[in-house]
Design a protein around this ligand. Structure first.
Ligand SMILES: C[S@@+](CC[C@H](N)C(=O)[O-])C[C@H]1O[C@@H](n2cnc3c(N)ncnc32)[C@H](O)[C@@H]1O
Length: 292
């Protein structure tokens, strides 16, 4: 019987996934093999000639077949990386995107500049808890209340918050946007409100890649006909939750800057409303500071 080395397998999986038109095939091959062999990606390269045994080969085949059908590799291996943190995921939550790191970066920057001793942050639509975990990890005096409407997603968020030892500073609540927060904090309590809400329009949903459309939860993606439903609800309720001098930061779709700006202008006395671009040059973040 043919013996399969790590090198041979990496090449074979890469070729198989490339033929199936899976994005980032080589990276996918490395992540699946790392997971099966319980080795880091670097260790795969330092053990190139290691022969892989039959039980592991069988498991590898199963996962590679599913990846070839465009099931996201992060779901297959149960985790991904976000803001240099290991984040567990499953099919009940969105896989954190690199674009969302901009929201985290600007949030940490704002908290540092604001200089509050113990800032209180609200993360709406927390999903896997990636944004809350990354902010809390990088701003050790911040406390965060994170909400999501999906109980299943919050099970994963709880696993991530515990994994990063943040239980004493990140509280997870289940419910519709601010609704579960009301019993827990006073009016105008937050120094910063962040959110990466669902923002895909009905038309855009049809154009999404198979790995997104067929596998990620629709409730994490879709937000009504124009993709603005959740922003509308956030804007309608934000004034009573944000301190004067506090900020709101919302991730947006590339074509939504104008519409979300208008919603915020009508929502509260925001001094300036700023739109920022992601690394691909697309509008990605709206930041507004409450001035009175
Ligand atoms: C785009 S995902 C973002 C997840 C995570 N914050 C991230 O950046 O990867 C949106 C999340 O919003 C949640 N969600 C949708 N509608 C909601 C609502 N009305 N209230 C609270 N959470 C909601 C979904 O369950 C999903 O987890």
């Amino acid at each position: 019987m043919q013996k399969w080395t790590i090198k041979g397998l990496l090449d074979w999986v890469n070729q198989y996934l490339s033929e199936k038109k899976v994005d980032s095939a080589r990276l996918g091959a490395e992540l699946i093999l790392s997971y099966i062999l319980e080795k880091s990606r670097i260790e795969l390269y330092t053990h190139f000639d290691m022969v892989v045994e039959k039980p592991q080969l069988d498991r590898l085949h199963q996962l590679v077949k599913r990846a070839g059908e465009h099931e996201p590799v992060a779901y297959l291996v149960g985790k991904c990386e976000f803001y240099s943190l290991e984040i567990f995921v499953d099919s009940s939550c969105l896989i954190p995107r690199p674009e969302t790191e901009l929201l985290v970066e600007k949030a940490i920057d704002f908290l540092r500049r604001q200089g509050q001793q113990k800032p209180l942050v609200c993360d709406l639509c927390t999903g896997s808890g990636c944004v809350a975990a990354a902010i809390a990890k990088n701003h050790p005096s911040a406390s965060i209340i994170a909400t999501d409407i999906s109980e299943k997603a919050l099970v994963i968020a709880a696993k991530n918050i515990a994994h990063h030892k943040l239980n004493d500073r990140v509280e997870l609540l289940c419910g519709d946007l601010f609704e579960p927060v009301i019993k827990h904090v006073d009016k105008d309590a937050f120094d910063l409100i962040v959110s990466n809400p669902p923002y895909v329009s009905a038309a855009e949903f049809q154009t999404l890649d198979r790995n997104v459309k067929d596998y990620e939860p629709q409730s994490a993606l879709l937000a009504g006909e124009a993709g603005l439903d959740v922003y509308r609800k956030i804007a309608a309720n934000i004034d009573g939750h944000l301190k004067v001098g506090g900020a709101v930061m919302l991730e947006i779709g590339y074509s939504q800057a104008e519409a979300v700006t208008k919603l915020l202008e009508a929502a509260a006395a925001f001094g300036s409303i700023k739109v920022e671009k992601d690394f691909a040059g697309n509008d990605r973040l709206i930041t507004a500071r409450k001035c009175q």
